[in-house]
Design a protein around this ligand. Structure first.
Ligand code: DQA
Length: 148
């Protein structure tokens, strides 16, 4: 059986995980998180490619490529979640499932985080479970792909 690819795309400041506000985001480094995601995905028969950028334009280019190649996406848009209509519009073009992921629970934080401009074009959202949010999202994606 062919291995299904999934892209796990991460927005600004997530490369600082481990040292960035550990009380909010935990102490796992970005590199450890990425390695865990690849391992978890592989156990589910998925081949994960994990990327991070601080550049909105680069993230949009990746989303266009995912759309063109029908690659399912797990996306932590980070702060772009709350205001980037350009990221939302790129997500709206995707041709395979999109799962929005957050380490923290934005709804339990500052008011500006209560809006996600991405959620309305995502298949679903998983937030608030720390690094486990990514694991849960991979499981949800594997379930979706098995149904289709
Ligand atoms: C985040 C939540 C966002 O509000 C914040 O800007 C981030 C990380 C999370 O994973 O909890 O950078 O997406």
């Amino acid at each position: 059986m062919a291995v299904t690819r999934v892209w796990v795309l991460n927005g600004p400041n997530l490369n600082r995980l481990g040292s960035r506000e550990p009380d909010v985001y935990g102490s796992l480094s970005y590199e450890q998180l990425a390695a865990n995601v690849v391992e978890e995905a592989s156990g589910l028969g998925l081949q994960a490619e994990v990327r991070q950028t601080n550049d909105e334009a680069e993230l949009i280019e990746w989303l266009h490529q995912a759309a063109d190649e029908s690659i399912p996406v797990l996306l932590n848009p980070a702060a772009f979640t709350h205001y980037s209509y350009a990221i939302r519009d790129a997500c709206a073009m995707l041709t395979a499932p999109l799962i929005e992921v957050h380490l923290s629970n934005p709804l339990a934080r500052e008011e500006f985080r209560h809006t996600s401009v991405v959620a309305g074009v995502a298949t679903g959202t998983i937030s608030g479970f720390g690094a486990d949010s990514y694991r849960l999202a991979l499981r949800a994606l594997a379930g979706l792909l098995a149904q289709s």
